[in-house]
Design a protein around this ligand. Sequence first.
Ligand SMILES: O=C(O)CCC(=O)C(=O)O
Length: 287
Amino acid sequence: MNVLSEEQKAFYDEKGYLLVSGLLSRDEAADLRRETHDLMERLAKVKSLDATWASARTIEGAQKTRVLHCHDVQFQGAAFARLIVDPRLTGVAADIIGPNVQLHHTKAFVKPAEQGSPFPMHQDAPFFPHENHSMIAAIVHFDDAPLEKGCVRVVPGSHKRGLLPHLPEGSWHLDPAQFSVEDALPLPAKAGDVLFFSYLTIHGSGLNTSDEARTTVLIQMRDPADPPTIRTHESRGQGMLLRGIDPSAGTTRPVSDDPKDNPVLMGGTGSMGAMSGGSMGMGMGGQ
Ligand SMILES: O=C(O)CCC(=O)C(=O)O
């Protein structure tokens, strides 16, 4: 049974993103917000949590900002494990890429009040390219994310442009002279809203200059029959089925083991991508 209306599905197909309002209740979001902040407190005792991209430091006001992050949150708290298999979430994902939905990875971000780091504009595809581009992200908002909190921004329709050449230094990002955060469309969200977008949709976000932290969990999902083009960005829990089955019975394998086969590094994606071939290992920070 479809969760999305035909109008919503048509919007996603055209624009490459969809903000679903109130997917979680405000109470559920508040509980997950508390879980996330408690998690960051536990983790801060054992490691550094800042995931600010080096490339973000060139954005005005971002020289001393921070964004706290944790990968694979479902291994840190059962509430997150329940969230990623929640049928309200996986139902929307299935309408976009389904019927089957497989986990790639999760990550929590807390952009601290008054000093939350921005994310330069980018596609997610260079970080973990796949053959059929089925990969989507769902950003679950645990508190309100108005413009001044550094809400996510997108370039509508950019998923239709295919994989674009990215600069590798300080995490894969697009040339800021061509794609600036300020020029992108801001998508303010409320606690409980979930933003779905393709890994080809150009996106980023601004600084949090407000007096409250911005708290989200991002869940990256794919069709289990869609193979990675290269073996990269593997993580704990990757491959778990969130909905449906794996029709390949676990036989879907990366097309190549060579990181140099990342399509963003190949001639076909443009000269900037081709030029960056020697430093592909640099694109992983914070993703
Ligand atoms: O949460 C955000 O503000 C953006 C995160 C993002 O762009 C990413 O992780 O790829």
